[in-house]
Design a binder for this molecule. Structure first.
Ligand code: DQA
Length: 149
């Protein structure tokens, strides 16, 4: 059984009430419960974490090395600004799947750039909360094909 970290960044603690027309009405607690359930069905042991702080997200990525086999990451707005998060992902050399509830490419131009994408296995966006399950599917397939060292 692979261990996987589902890491959510700033403002995602407000899911459910935050701009529901953009992000939907599913709360973070519901997302995390669904990830645990879907992960278990896939044979993944899912740990969930959320922080509004860039440094805490970086610490969580560093701490994941040797503990988790991969990461599902919605870095929120730090996606578009944080070279430090990009460097953290590159440093730990864990497979990361980038998730966004909204289709960032169909929104404001500043959301079209992702500093996560160049160091991620891939990006899933625009499918709402379902995107986390899709990311777990993709991560499970990857880990089955390329087991952690
Ligand atoms: C988001 C998209 C980001 O642009 C935004 O800053 C978020 C949420 C998403 O899940 O759609 O906070 O990552």
């Amino acid at each position: 059984m692979f261990s996987v970290l589902v890491l959510n960044g700033p403002n995602l603690n407000l899911l459910g009430t935050r701009q529901p027309e953009v992000y939907g009405s599913t709360t973070l607690a519901m997302v995390e419960r669904a990830c645990a359930a879907h992960g278990a069905a896939l044979g993944l042991d899912v740990t969930c974490l959320q922080s509004n702080h860039e440094g805490a997200l970086i610490d969580a990525i560093h701490a994941a090395k040797g503990v988790h086999a991969g990461i599902v990451l919605n870095a929120g707005a730090y996606t578009h600004t944080s070279i430090a998060l990009m460097d953290a992902i590159a440093s730990v050399e864990l497979p990361v799947i980038e998730v966004h509830l909204s289709n960032i490419h169909a929104r404001e131009a500043f959301r079209h750039t992702s500093y996560i994408a160049p160091v991620a296995l891939g990006q899933i966006c625009g499918f709402g909360a379902q995107g986390y399950n899709l990311a777990l599917d993709a991560l499970k397939k990857h880990l089955s094909e390329v087991p952690p060292a």
